[in-house]
Design a protein around this ligand. Structure first.
Ligand SMILES: O=C(O)CCC(=O)C(=O)O
Length: 248
């Protein structure tokens, strides 16, 4: 017997779930990340912005240290990279893409009470990649992520529409002004995706999705969102996202 073996990839998704993703453009993996790991990661991210001075890469408005988001922590911080490489995420992505994924972007959202959400959009509009293989993994970092504190909303099946035009955000009370909004989408078909701590939502780069304002009094809506492409894809337009991070 050969005592050496390469660790096999996890295969957390059943065939039926992979079919659901192909049909609807998303799939929710319940309890994908352990609450202990999330608590440690939330604390670690808090510590990064609590440093004096805040490291340059994590820079922010000094009066709003825990607002909006931390952009691309995986490029600078090994804990963020480890969470980006979670074996269950790596395995699910390989199942959905047909071969291994690499990471190109990460975002840690604070979404503090009272803060606006992000208007309907398709991620491909912001990150053009060829061939089109990008999938996001959006992890809930709070006990409850729901309509009150600004959960994600998706329009099932819209990943089959191709890229739609995007224009100015229409409702600035609800949504951040610095983003753009899909035009011509039938938002009456959108559904909320309530999540619990550690649930991971995988969704296609063409799926129309959004989030609303955090209307809770005191519940944050932290999330860690990483974007992955198939290892043989290349990011074409965004120079800042060209570096591919393997998941092993
Ligand atoms: O978390 C949110 O509110 C929006 C995130 C999002 O739309 C994205 O990562 O593409």
């Amino acid at each position: 017997m050969n005592p050496m073996t390469t660790a096999p990839l996890l295969q957390p998704l059943a065939d039926e779930q992979i079919r659901f993703f192909r049909e609807q453009g998303y799939i929710l993996l319940k309890k994908g990340m352990s609450p202990d790991l999330i608590d440690a990661f939330n604390g670690h991210i808090y510590d990064i912005r609590s440093q004096e001075p805040v490291p340059e890469w994590a820079g922010c408005d000094p009066n709003k240290k825990f607002a909006l988001r931390l952009f691309n922590p995986h490029k600078h911080d090994s804990f963020s990279r480890q969470v980006m490489k979670l074996p269950v995420v790596r395995g699910a992505l390989a199942q959905l893409m047909g071969r291994e994924a690499v990471c190109v972007q990460s975002m840690y959202f604070y979404k503090e009470p009272g803060s606006p959400g992000q208007a309907s959009h398709q991620d491909y509009y912001y990150i053009k990649n060829d061939p089109m293989t990008m999938i996001a993994a959006w992890t809930a970092m709070e006990d409850r992520v729901d309509e009150e504190n600004g959960c994600l909303w998706v329009i099932p099946g819209t990943h089959k529409l191709g890229l739609l035009p995007h224009g100015a955000v229409k409702n600035l009370e609800e949504h951040e002004s610095w983003t753009e909004e899909t035009e011509g989408a039938d938002t009456s078909r959108q559904i909320p995706v309530p999540m619990e701590k550690g649930d991971i939502l995988f969704f296609s780069e063409l799926l129309i999705h959004s989030s609303n304002k955090n209307r809770s009094k005191d519940r944050w809506r932290r999330s860690y969102v990483c974007h992955y492409i198939r290892e043989d894809s290349s990011v074409l337009h965004r120079e800042d996202l060209r570096q591919k991070y393997p998941l092993y």
